[in-house]
Design a protein around this ligand. Structure first.
Ligand SMILES: [Zn+2]
Length: 135
């Protein structure tokens, strides 16, 4: 499978996603690293296409996600593992239902000084598939 990380999924179970800092939210340096180096926000390994984005249904509706891109399998595992935890996947209050979007590319929008919400934004270019995931 091309959307699986090379090391398999088991090696990060019990840890936090690569781009997370637990209940403190997202690690900004790692979020930037994911965006610029095209690496997965969950396992930290190189991404292939399509990439997946995980967020609230509101983020999917705006086409603007805060958690960095992931492998599809990693997004599914992340919701199963951390989907009910506060903060781990970039949501202060985890949504009852997560939105999973797959795309072949994305724009990375750096936060600007005047933004109230200073988190970076990821905008999928064209959505291949969107579906709901529940933890
Ligand atoms: Zn991954």
């Amino acid at each position: 499978m091309i959307d699986m990380p090379a090391g398999g999924l088991g090696h990060f179970l019990g840890k936090l996603p690569f781009a997370s800092r637990g209940d403190l939210g997202l690690d900004r340096r790692k979020v930037t690293q994911c965006a610029l180096s095209r690496i997965c926000g969950v396992c930290g390994e190189s991404l292939s296409r399509p990439v997946a984005f995980l967020g609230s249904t509101e983020e999917a509706g705006r086409n603007a996600f805060h958690f960095p891109p992931t492998h599809l399998a990693c997004a599914e595992l992340a919701v199963a593992t951390w989907g009910s935890d506060h903060g781990v996947l970039g949501q202060g209050h985890p949504p009852a239902s997560w939105a999973l979007v797959t795309t072949s590319g994305f724009e990375y929008v750096r936060p600007e000084a005047e933004w109230v919400d200073r988190r970076a934004v990821f905008e999928p270019n064209s959505v291949i598939e969107e579906r709901a995931l529940t933890p």
